[in-house]
Write a protein that binds this ligand. Structure first.
Ligand code: FEO
Length: 406
């Protein structure tokens, strides 16, 4: 028997924890699981906000009954149609056949496309309201946070926003639901990994949504993944974090991501990292792309301003895992990075040229010429690698000083 958790007067958490799935969207590792959050506003009219992944529909329906008993649900509010949230809608409709489904124009189209649902649909316009009794829902269209149909739902009387994927994080809710019940430090890196990999491409729409919601007084944020953020807890901090990430702002650390088949390119990576450390830079993260998951590398690239990528030449191209990383960063339109690169080859130099072309395409600030190793390490190459590390550290420490002084 599940015990209902009341977030505020007559507003309940009815989400579920997924500690089974290995890969979110069949791509992103879930070392700490993920939650699919759903909420009930229990008023004269009952509104359910989003559903959960169909794999957890049995737990979800038990939770609904634990709050409502035999009471009917009048409205399902669909903030987001991605199946981790819409997956249980068909089953919900079969259990509550009179339920009316509320969503944006695009959600109404997707309900037909995904589930063949064409009746009891209410299409909401931007800022339109729906009275439930003591609570009024107001709908804010926030397209591309994370899909085009996304909207946020605001309970005016309680100052609670149901934000969809925005402010979400990987990681299950272990025991407590509110941030004030949890040690939330453990979610920080997973929130950045969630944002950068899932929503990171949509920095500009996230900025538009944040500006739109900035005039709304918010006490509690109920996202579709992770803890409920409160004013007494981390709500202000997570809003600041989303603002920072969606502007592609970063801290003054360095990511060195490299591929290496026989250790020569790796030797360059180590040389660069040591030189940066000897120059006083402490925040250095190194990723061997053949081992690190790309989602962890993308997270760190979103965290830090400095980026150095190294690759052997492979079949006259980049090493495949480096090529995949570069493509992932292009896909997310990462901006405002200080960049360096290094490449290795045996008979035909292609990797450094490709990395330079990438830097130009991304409009990154190039800190130094590419360092190129032909076969084994020679003294001049080692000196160039040291110089690259020193220049990068000098630049990043200067950026840090400017931020502290500002
Ligand atoms: Fe959690 Fe975009 O779905």
């Amino acid at each position: 028997m599940y015990k209902p958790f009341e977030i505020a007067n007559n507003i309940y958490y009815v989400g579920v924890n997924d500690r089974t799935k290995h890969l979110f969207e069949s791509m992103w590792p879930l070392p700490h699981g993920v939650s699919y959050n759903s909420y009930i506003v229990d008023d004269e009219k009952v509104a359910l906000i989003d559903t959960v992944d169909i794999c957890y529909s049995d737990v979800f329906f038990k939770k609904l009954v634990s709050v409502l008993g035999d009471k009917k649900i009048d409205y399902l509010v669909v903030n987001h149609m991605e199946p981790d949230h819409s997956g249980s809608i068909e089953l919900l409709v079969s259990r509550y056949p009179d339920i009316q489904i509320v969503g944006s124009k695009r959600s109404v189209e997707m309900l037909k496309g995904y589930y063949g649902i064409t009746r009891n649909l209410i299409q909401m316009e931007d800022l339109q309201e729906l009275a439930l009794g003591n609570n009024t829902l107001q709908f804010f269209m926030t397209p591309m946070v994370h899909w085009p149909e996304t909207m946020m739902t605001y309970v005016k009387e309680k100052k609670i926003v149901f934000s969809g994927d925005a402010f979400g994080t990987f990681g299950t809710i272990d025991g407590g639901v509110l941030d004030t019940q949890l040690r939330t430090e453990k979610y920080r890196d997973e929130m950045i990994r969630y944002y950068s990999n899932i929503v990171g491409k949509f920095g500009s729409p996230v900025q538009t949504a944040l500006k739109k919601m900035s005039g709304v007084e918010i006490e509690i944020i109920c996202s579709t993944h992770g803890p409920v953020w409160t004013k007494d807890g981390d709500a202000d901090e997570v809003i600041k974090l989303y603002d920072k990430l969606s502007k592609y702002e970063s801290d003054s650390g360095l990511v060195i991501a490299y591929g290496s088949m026989y250790g020569h390119t790796e030797e360059l990576a180590e040389t660069i990292a040591c030189a940066a450390a000897e120059s006083g830079l402490k925040d250095i993260v190194m990723h061997n792309v053949a081992k690190s998951h790309v989602s962890d590398i993308i997270r760190d690239v979103f965290k830090y301003k400095g980026l150095i990528i190294g690759s052997p030449t492979y079949n006259n191209k980049l090493y495949p895992e480096v090529e995949s990383l570069v493509s992932s960063l292009q896909n997310r339109s990462v901006k405002n990075r200080v960049f360096g690169c290094f490449g290795g080859f045996t008979w035909s130099d292609a990797s450094a040229k490709n990395l330079l072309a990438f830097a130009n395409d991304m409009e990154f600030e190039l800190i130094a010429d590419p360092v190129v190793i032909k076969q084994g390490m020679l003294n001049d190459v080692q000196e160039a690698a040291q110089s690259l590390g020193e220049k990068m550290a000098e630049k990043l420490l200067l950026v840090r000083t400017e931020v502290v002084d500002a």
